[in-house]
Design a protein around this ligand. Structure first.
Ligand SMILES: *Cc1c(COP(=O)(O)O)cnc(C)c1O
Length: 456
């Protein structure tokens, strides 16, 4: 007979733990109830535990649960587009516009001129097409959705084959693999070429009357070097055109400006270039190098974009008004900045911050931290763009190197992560680093405070 007398009462334990975390009371009660139900099962299955153990376990579970609540953090990893840390931060203008539309009503599907029903995202779609120098564009929930939607639209039961080079059958991350995406869409994958080399004849040889399209996938998170070959986009485009099938490219990051003008990194292909080279439909993420909200942008041939928008599945992956507002602001920013001012896009600003500025900030942080039991140095390091963009794009950055006296690195990183806001650094070759490139200057004070409190 299991000893249920060791199970504390839900109400008593919830009351005792409520002050440990700043969560709604009913949530603490609900959490405790669920945790104790699990303990009841464990006791039933013969596990032995005393009340103290159970209470301690529920408390540590509650603390872990509380910290999982979505909250701002300071990204001191130096990785600009960090998928675990929410990818691209928004600029001030986008966030102001978001607040305005979010807290009131809007003309989302209302025509203010004639007072009748209006076209959702009509402004954004035209602005996107103008920015990308193409016929038409639209946006959906994310790049994965954009790809599935495009494939579903462009295949039919009679024509469902999609040709992809073996060198491009990538896994983007989080279980998102190109062969599986194709399968989800109802397409039949036709692999051509070898991992390192695919020739135009490979594509040509795979074309049948069942071919729906040719898909190119940007190798965004790995680098293929050495003995390699692939046909140029214009060559592939003329092959597709000869056979009357579309050429689609999943670009992934899709920087719309030359990011290599901002930092010493490899050139990231832009959607404009892809379209100019003959891609019929380009697909990319909104929250990678574009620097906008989570979205998937589809741009190119007007007929294809119209078909995609007519597909019933479009409705299931469309953007909400908050995303549309942020994206609209972001695209307008790029359009306004053409030729002159820089768009208000934090990831682009981070990319181009000169080392001297990072040095000055690092020096003033170090000066504030004098007298603490730690060795704090300013060291040269590198930053990455991340987010499956430009895998070889490492460029110079500066970091604070912290060697605590008396505690280990593990303790230091854990306690910085429990600061408010949490500070996320990284350990590289047994050194703890806080890379300043991805820290907003307005966060320097909070970073300094967290360091002082942790090291004291
Ligand atoms: C990141 C990436 C995706 C997925 O983008 P989401 O916006 O996260 O859905 C798809 N394809 C490529 C090539 C990518 O780099």
């Amino acid at each position: 007979m299991p000893d249920f007398s060791q199970l504390p009462s839900v109400e008593k334990l919830a009351l005792a733990l409520a002050d440990e975390v700043s969560l709604p009371r009913p949530l603490v009660t609900g959490f405790v109830k669920r945790a104790l139900a699990q303990w009841r099962e464990r006791l039933e299955q013969g596990e032995n535990a005393d009340r103290e153990t159970i209470e301690g376990d529920v408390l540590s579970g509650l603390r872990i649960f509380a910290t999982s609540r979505l909250q701002p953090v300071i990204n001191a990893t130096g990785v600009l587009i960090h998928t675990n840390l929410g990818r691209s931060p928004l600029g001030q203008r986008a966030s102001d516009a978001l607040a305005q539309v979010a807290t009131g009503y809007s003309n989302l599907e209302f025509n203010l001129l004639d007072g009748k029903r209006g076209k959702r995202a009509g402004y954004l779609e035209t602005a996107l097409a103008v920015l990308l120098e193409t016929e038409a564009a639209t946006a959906v929930n994310n790049c994965a959705a954009a790809l599935v939607l495009s494939l579903r639209t462009l295949i039919s039961p009679e024509k469902n084959e999609v040709i992809v080079s073996r060198g491009e059958l990538v896994e983007i991350g989080g279980g998102f693999r190109i062969p599986e995406v194709l399968e989800t869409s109802g397409a039949r994958l036709v692999e051509v070429g070898a991992t390192n080399k695919t020739h135009l004849e490979d594509y040509a040889g795979a074309l049948t009357e069942r071919t729906a399209l040719i898909l190119k996938v940007h190798r965004s998170n790995f680098y293929l070097g050495g003995f390699t070959a692939e046909p140029s986009v214009p060559e592939l485009a003329s092959l597709a055109r000869e056979h009357g099938i579309p050429l689609v490219e999943d670009l992934g990051s899709g920087a719309v400006m030359n990011t290599d003008d901002l930092a010493p990194i490899d050139h990231e292909p832009t959607p404009q270039e892809a379209l100019r080279n003959g891609i019929d439909l380009v697909i990319f993420s909104g929250d990678k190098l574009l620097g906008g909200p989570q979205a998937g942008i589809i741009a190119g041939d007007a007929g294809l974009v119209a078909r995609i928008k007519d597909e019933p599945f479009f409705r299931a992956v469309r953007c909400d008004k908050l995303i549309l507002t942020v994206l609209q602001e972001c695209i307008d920013d790029y359009l306004r900045s053409k030729g002159e001012a820089r768009p208000d896009i934090p990831v682009l600003n981070f990319l181009s911050v000169p080392l001297e500025q990072l040095q000055a900030r690092a020096e003033s942080i170090v000066a504030e931290l004098g007298g603490l039991p730690a060795r704090i140095a300013i060291v040269e390091t590198s930053s990455q763009t991340g987010g499956g963009t430009m895998p070889r794009a490492e460029f110079p950055s500066l970091a604070l190197e912290i060697v605590p006296e008396g505690t280990g690195l593990e303790k230091l990183t854990t306690s910085l992560r429990s600061a408010s806001p949490a500070v996320i650094g990284y350990v590289h070759e047994d050194r703890f680093l806080l890379n300043l490139r991805t820290v907003f200057p307005s966060q320097d004070k909070a970073l300094t405070r967290a360091l002082r409190e942790t090291l004291q």
